[in-house]
Design a protein around this ligand. Sequence first.
Ligand SMILES: [Ca+2]
Ligand SMILES: [Ca+2]
Length: 172
Amino acid sequence: MSLAAIVAACGFPDPDLDGAVTGGEGGATSPNDVTSSTNDASADAAADAPPPLVCDDADCDCDKDNQKKAGVCGGQDCYDRDPDAKEGQTIFITKKPPADFDGDWDCDKTVTKQYAGNTGACTTGLTKEICESIKGFIGQAPGCGAQAEFRACNWTGSSCVESKRMEFQGCK
Ligand SMILES: [Ca+2]
Ligand SMILES: [Ca+2]
């Protein structure tokens, strides 16, 4: 009897075809690309690094630094979760290494810190050359990516003058 009616009542997929054109005319993003040129001299990208990449074991270059990872892939990249870590890295990296990485950013199997600690004072009577070579942390050298008080000596033409600042320890 009313079987057909029941099937009819239940069986219709809702043909909601009206919503085909959604969202209007391809959202034109504002061309006012405000590339802020506020010259921030203190914009050293240190401190908190982004979390390490999540990688597939089969991916031989997960961080896309153009070096295959060491081990199974036979490459030179000692840490394939961050493109800053690669063989031949020339600069000292001042961000904190991730928990599973020691800061050997150039993959030469040794963590080299950029600056030493217990740096000598900018005393009078130094030559220009020696004065300008004094640069380092005032106390103990902090760990990779950590910050501490830093001293640099500058030659003014006649004397050796100290400048202090907070500085991040670079490593490679
Ligand atoms: Ca890498
Ligand atoms: Ca190294």
